[in-house]
Write a protein that binds this ligand. Sequence first.
Ligand SMILES: [Ca+2]
Ligand SMILES: [Ca+2]
Length: 247
Amino acid sequence: MKSTFKRLLSGLLALCMALSLAACGPQDDQPEVAEDIVNGDFEEVSDNKWVGWTREDAAFNFRGVTNEEKIKGVPMEKSGDYYFAGTAGGNPPMRGTLTSDPFKLGGNGFITFKMGAGKNTEKVYVEFFEVGNDTPLAHVTNDDCDGVYITEHLITKVVDLSNYIGKNIYIVITDNDDGTDLAYVNVDAFHVCASDEEVAAAQAEHDRQIADYGEKPFEGMRPPTPSRTPALRPAISPAGRSWRARP
Ligand SMILES: [Ca+2]
Ligand SMILES: [Ca+2]
């Protein structure tokens, strides 16, 4: 009787162990997901090949990872030493994608990065996906690029993905522009924010860059001096009479 009980007990123990091993199995089969964006700042250049990113087609050759301070005379405001420059990574008409390794979204769920060129916003963009879902969580274009004042500049972007904290996500940078007019993309500094202060600082950085590089409201025009402005001298300037430039 005792031996039967022992056999039953050992059988139960074996069953429990088998069940717990089976529970571990599927987790072991999951692909490894990084805890943060791998090489989001494009600083890993020692092997002369992409680390943390996978390219398809021609536009994102690794040779585009550069440490140049300026492109075509434009100060790039790079982060760290290196960034990806579309003009160095391929010819403008080339197309392609650059896809990050998947990572678990942490911090406060906001991601900041820098983006330049990509004038055709229909064809050049950065998207964020949840692993296993083809619908982008966010789609970002460089609508700050006007092709005249703001061109190559790495402009800071802020993306709110706070609804997806804890999800496994990845980034896809797309250059589908086969034209020649800023028909490529510059990127740098993909970063998951840890605090609201970081988000506010990135937004302020964006606004400062637009103020520094963007079209100035009165550029090329000399505003009238106060003494010549009828609105400021209502007592002596007849109503409806406009100021005329002196010869
Ligand atoms: Ca960098
Ligand atoms: Ca292109």
